[in-house]
Design a protein around this ligand. Sequence first.
Ligand SMILES: [Zn+2]
Length: 403
Amino acid sequence: MDSTVQLMDPALPETRVEFGMARAEFAGMQAARAAAEQWSACADVLREARAYPEVYTGPGPVDAARVEFAVRAAAADLAVRLGVTEPVVRDQAARADVLIRRMPLLWAWFREGEIAASHMRVVADVITGMPDQVLSRFEAEVLERRGLPLPRFRAQVRLLAARLHPQELATRHEIAASKRAVWIESEPDGMALLITRMPETDAHRALAHVDHLARQAVTHPDEARTLAQIRADIVRDLVAGDLTAGTGVGVSVGVLIPVETLLGVAERPGTLDGVIPIDPDTARDLAGESAFWRRILTDPVSGTVLDYDRRSYRPPADLDRLIRTTHPVCDFPGCGRPSRTCDLDHTIAWQHGGTTSAANLRPLCRGHHRLKHETRWATDGTHWTSPTGHTTPGAKANDPPPF
Ligand SMILES: [Zn+2]
C-alpha cells in the first residue's frame, strides 16, 4: 500500500499525531501574527495620543507634560482592555516602533508568522542604539537563525550584536546596571520569589558563594534538607538576618489576623498586607513577633467599622489605617501597588463637597493619582471610565477584603 494513503487514515495513530503536530505549528504561526498585530496596534494608539493629546486630557493648551499624560492615559486604557500592565503596553509599542523602522524585513517575517514573538523581543532588546550601517548585515544574520530554539537564538543574537558594535556593549551594560533592584513576586501556597537584578558576573559569584556554604552544610550527618533547600535557607539567613531577634527595619508589613485565630478557637487564615493568604499557624507566629510585623486584629462579628464625616481634609490615623487595610492595593484597575505606598484620594474632590470618609477615600498610587487629576480618566468610587469610554470595576469591586 502507498505510504501517503496510510498517513491520511485517521484510524492510524501516526495520522492523528501528524494532525496534532500540524495544528500546534499552525497555532504557533497564528500567535506570532496576532502578536505582530497587537504590538503595532499599541504603537499606533500611543502615536495618536502623542499627536492628539486632547482625546485623553480634554481641551486646553498643549505642552510636553500634557502629551506625556495623554500617552500614559492611553497606555492605561489599553492595559485595562487587554488585561496586562501599562509597562507591557509601552514595551509592545516601543518594540513595534523600533523593529518596523530598523528591521523591516524581519518585521515582515514576523507579521507572516514565520518568526516567534519571543525571538522578536530578543532582537528588539539589542537593536536600540545599534549604528545604522550595521543594521542590514545584522538583520540578514538574524534571519538565518530565526528557527533556532529560544535560548540558542538569544545567545547567538547577543553575540552577533556585541561583535557588530562592541563599544555599544559597555554603554548598554552601564545603562542596564543602573537598573539593578530587588523585588518580591508572590507565588501560590504561601511562597514568594525574592528577586535581585544585578550584573551577571556578580550573580554568578553570589550563587557560587551560597553553593559553597550549602555544600559544607549538606555533609553534616544530621542534615535532612536537600542542597536546594539549604541554598534557599542560606540566602534567607544572609539577607534577612535574625528577624525574630528584632533586628527590625523601619518598614513593617501588616499581618491581618482574625481574633478567633489568634486565640486559637478558630482556624481562619490571616493575610499579609490584606492580600496574601497565610495559614493560621504562621499568622499566629508572626503576630507574636511584634518587632517586625504590624499586627492588625480583625473581628468579623462586630466588624469594628469606623466611619467619618470629618470636616478635615487629611484623614485621621485610624481612618487612614482602615482604608489601607480594606483596600490593600491601588484602586486603579489592574494596578497591584500596595496601598501602604499609595496616596489617599478623595473620589469626589474635597472642594466639590466630597467628605473625608471611608466611602469617599480610595488609595491611588502616585502615578494613577496624577493620571486621574491630569486626564479624562474618571471614577465614581466603584467603576473607572477611560477617556475613550471603556468602563471597568476598580480594585475594591474585584478584590473584596478577605474578612
Ligand atoms: Zn496604581
